[in-house]
Design a protein around this ligand. Structure first.
Ligand code: GLC
Length: 470
């Protein structure tokens, strides 16, 4: 079975969020179970494409409105990622440094999807399934059914995987002329509330859609940024498959990026060394519990609550704690956090930016990881944390709800709070501090969570089952 994953992010080529991590791992695990899984992504002007050997395997051209676009398909030689990676390069459109935030994003993603199908058709590649990830490639199921040129793919099954329903790729109808020509009376399939909505079009035209956790699927029926009715109407096509983690790359036993490797039986001394080294580098107290936050400074992640949560935690004299934050985004959040730095110098440190190596070191060093998310389709950070024996403190939402069991439950191993609010998050942190004050309790929780299996094996098989069903 040939399955082609189409996505604008893929680790280590281009990563903004968890989408990249999924694309960098899932196909490799699927291949383990006998599926021929490929990834097709845009070409970016990034270290990855400069360092790797890429060979040109196809060239073509098409019209996008009145613009004549030439594209190249490049393949990474030797498949070092464990799956074939194909990159589509379009000079002037898909050859830039960043993934998002260009004013002509709609043109970029339309061109990407068009070039993909143009290549498939000219090279006579006939996959069994096209697995589209998020709205950037949400027009593919429509093009494959209703565009005049690519209708030949109408028998190819499409799975639309939702990593984030907040963004839907809305574009004004004046972009309609840029799309490959289609049966015009089918325009309604592209439309939602008077604009072209690629996310909605994907839900309408795909054979099935999946969310990256079961909990998130249920939430989308109630809260899907305007698409609740549509998702409810199409729910028979919906599946929830929780993400896994790449346990070659996120594994304290094999991790070359951390100070000292460790496993379940050596977690106590292993984490102690990592924490000591880490805290020394960032000049924070290593003798008290270390709480971390890693992620984008966005409302979705509840990052706006952090300055106040920290303030509350630090002003309570009973709380013995050091805090480290790694992330970037909203400038105002960054400023409020910076303001706290001077006041709590030896207890608080931050790194503003994206830093993969540092993330590994934080998971290895920290005792607790806080995720006060408002929306969390799956969340990978809590899974990475647990793999490294770091205890998650999470809001009860989406994938966090599905993967973290509160300590008060039978066999529980985390701390869960109900609402994304400062007081609730603060209380949860204080509850955690009280529990882990007892070294035996801390050890027991670590043992429990490090035993959990969050590898991709199970979920990769669930995807395959769904492909077969289609
Ligand atoms: C998005 C979601 C996150 C999920 C990831 C991978 O980044 O916000 O919750 O884990 O995609 O599916």
């Amino acid at each position: 079975m040939l399955v082609i994953h189409v996505s604008v992010e893929c680790f280590p080529l281009a990563k903004v969020g968890g989408l990249a991590d999924v694309l960098g791992a899932l196909p490799r695990y699927q291949r383990k179970f006998g599926v021929d899984a490929w990834v097709v992504s845009p070409f970016y002007d990034k270290p990855f494409t400069q360092d790797r050997s890429l060979s040109l395997i196809h060239e073509g051209d098409f019209m996008q409105g009145s613009e004549h676009l030439r594209y190249e398909v490049l393949k990474e030689e030797g498949d070092p990622l464990g799956f074939p990676l194909y990159l589509i390069r379009i000079p002037g459109k898909l050859d830039r440094e960043e993934v998002y935030c260009y004013p002509d994003e709609a043109e970029q993603w339309i061109a990407f999807q068009h070039a993909f199908l143009h290549w498939m058709k000219s090279a006579e590649i006939m996959p069994d399934v096209v697995n589209c990830h998020d709205h950037h490639v949400g027009l593919l199921p429509f093009f494959m059914r209703h565009s005049l040129e690519y209708k030949g793919f109408s028998e190819v099954k499409t799975l639309f995987t939702i990593h984030n329903g907040q963004y839907q790729g809305w574009m004004n109808w004046n972009k309609g002329i840029l799309l490959p020509k289609f049966d015009t009376w089918k325009w309604g399939l592209l439309d939602w509330a008077g604009v072209i909505n690629p996310f909605a079009a994907a839900i309408k035209c795909c054979d099935a859609f999946s969310t990256v956790s079961e909990g998130y699927l249920q939430e989308l029926f109630e809260q899907a940024n305007g698409l609740e009715d549509l998702i409810q109407a199409e729910q028979a096509k919906g599946y929830g498959i929780v993400n896994g983690i790449d346990d070659l790359y996120w594994n304290p036993e094999l991790d070359t990026l951390i100070d000292k490797t460790y496993r379940r039986s050596t977690v106590k001394s292993g984490k102690k060394t990592n924490k000591k080294e880490f805290c020394e580098r960032y000049k924070i107290d290593s003798t008290v519990p270390l709480l971390a936050f890693i992620g984008r400074f966005a409302l979705e992640k509840g990052a706006d609550l952090l300055p106040q949560i920290l303030e509350h935690i630090f002003t309570n004299q009973d709380n013995k704690i050091s805090i480290f934050i790694l992330g970037s985004g909203d400038e105002r959040i960054q400023e409020s956090l910076s303001a706290l730095l001077d006041r709590y110098e030896d207890r608080f440190a931050v790194f503003f930016g994206y830093n993969e190596t540092l993330a590994h070191q934080v998971y290895a060093a920290a005792d607790l990881l806080l995720m006060p998310s408002r929306v969390e389709p799956c969340g990978l950070n809590q899974l990475y944390a647990m793999k490294y024996g770091t205890i998650p403190i999470v809001r009860k939402i989406g994938g966090l709800k599905d993967t973290v069991l509160d300590i008060t439950e039978d066999g529980g191993y985390g701390f869960v709070f109900l609402n994304a609010e400062v007081n609730e998050a603060t209380e949860a942190v204080e509850r955690a501090l009280q529990v882990i004050e007892d070294p035996k309790a801390l050890h027991k929780i670590r043992q429990r969570e490090m035993e959990l299996d969050f590898s991709w094996d199970k979920s990769a098989q669930q995807y395959i089952k769904l492909y077969n069903q289609l």
